[in-house]
Design a protein around this ligand. Structure first.
Ligand SMILES: NC(=O)c1ccc[n+]([C@@H]2O[C@H](COP(=O)([O-])OP(=O)(O)OC[C@H]3O[C@@H](n4cnc5c(N)ncnc54)[C@H](O)[C@@H]3O)[C@@H](O)[C@H]2O)c1
Ligand SMILES: [Zn+2]
Length: 338
């Protein structure tokens, strides 16, 4: 269930509270400072709810942080409800804890980053990382509701905003409704207001999730750029560099487009416009050393989307024409990395 505006989830939360169900807020350091006041302004009585704070950023998506939350939820029972207030890190981690505690309790996502609004908060994929391997340990456990409110975006750092735009652009590239735009697709994307962008991305993702809740078919469209993107993110993580997930995906779409041109004749102009968008966003085009390409390939081989050690990618035959689970050979991966 997708709700719009913070006040829209009040009735649902109030009902649970009135029924005696215990509520818990999970957030990170930044969302406690910058987003909690906005939530309390909309729903003041949430001030009584116990707050569990995790460190900000990808490093928090680990089993030991999950353990801190499990401990913090010692008084929870099967009727308890977790409210995740934060970006994809908080919703992935808080959702993971909700999925595992007492074999699954309810949670609501209140996304505060653009990336979480357009993507991460929807669909019930929850996970933590195992060392540098992204989302290695996880579940499918859908949130009871997702509450979208752009009010939080005012404080979001620019790089995080761009990361969210990248995931929204990915969804725009996949949506068959945009098939007819031809060379005007980038112009149309750039004209969307933030409200339209959130609504369109969230709606298209939700549609795919409903069609394919366990990610066995059509939902895999959403992996466009992710086979490469997760590897790029893992490589950065291993070097201790901060690389927002959406930026890694933005970079991962480039090699996916090169493969799409080779395999499905994706037009040069789509790839050109995509590079233009990266330039407009001042996202630098990556150049990998031989050693980095080798390590990226290693990470790609540990990707969950592979089948019997055969790398599988989501590619594009055109705007709104996703091709899922395309087998790709190692030499083709190395070549696509540029
Ligand atoms: N489950 C899914 O389907 C799915 C989909 C896409 C991404 N993800 C996951 O989401 C994670 C990335 O999420 P993210 O990009 O939202 O990152 P994030 O949650 O780490 O947030 C990025 C940074 O912004 C801060 N922040 C959050 N909201 C803010 C606000 N309103 N104002 C100022 N600062 C704010 C956070 O504290 C953090 O420092 C990755 O781990 C990725 O794997 C999951
Ligand atoms: Zn993503």
């Amino acid at each position: 269930m997708i709700e719009h505006g913070l006040r829209s989830i009040e009735p649902l939360i109030s009902r649970r509270h009135a029924a005696g169900d215990s509520l818990f807020l999970v957030l990170d350091h930044n969302t406690r400072l910058l987003c909690l006041p906005k939530l309390l302004e909309a729903i003041p009585w949430l001030l009584e709810v116990p707050v569990l704070e995790v460190p900000a950023g990808e490093q928090a998506k680990r089993l030991d942080t999950a353990q801190l939350l499990w401990n913090g939820l010692a008084s929870a029972d099967r009727h308890s409800l977790i409210l995740n207030l934060g970006g994809g890190t908080v919703s992935d981690l808080g959702g993971f804890v909700a999925a595992s505690l007492l074999r699954g309790i309810d949670y609501i996502n209140i996304p505060t980053t653009l990336l979480a609004m357009v993507d991460a908060s929807i669909g019930g994929k929850v996970a933590v990382n195992l060392d540098n391997l992204k989302n290695r340990i996880g579940f499918f456990h859908n949130p009871l509701a997702v509450c979208l409110d752009p009010v939080f975006l005012a404080t979001l750092p620019e790089l995080q905003y761009k990361a969210g735009l990248a995931e929204a652009l990915k969804t725009f590239l996949l949506d068959p409704e945009n098939q007819e735009l031809g060379d005007k697709w980038l112009e149309s994307f750039n004209k969307l207001t933030i409200d339209e962008l959130i609504l369109r991305s969230a709606t298209y993702k939700q549609k795919l999730v409903e069609q394919d809740p366990y990610d066995r078919g059509e939902r895999q469209q959403l992996n466009l750029g992710h086979t490469f993107g997760h590897a790029i993110e893992s490589l950065a993580l291993s070097k201790g560099e901060e690389m927002p997930h959406g930026i890694a995906v933005a970079m991962g779409i480039l090699p996916a487009m090169r493969l799409s041109q080779k395999f499905f004749g994706l037009s040069e102009s789509v790839a050109d416009h995509y590079r233009l968008w990266l330039t407009q966003q001042e996202i630098s085009l990556p150049h990998y050393s031989d050693e980095e390409r080798r390590r990226l390939l290693e990470y790609i081989h540990s990707d969950k989307k592979n089948c019997h050690n055969q790398v599988r990618c989501t590619l594009l035959a055109g705007i709104g024409k996703a091709q899922i689970s395309v087998p790709v050979e190692d030499e083709q991966i190395i070549a696509a990395l540029g």
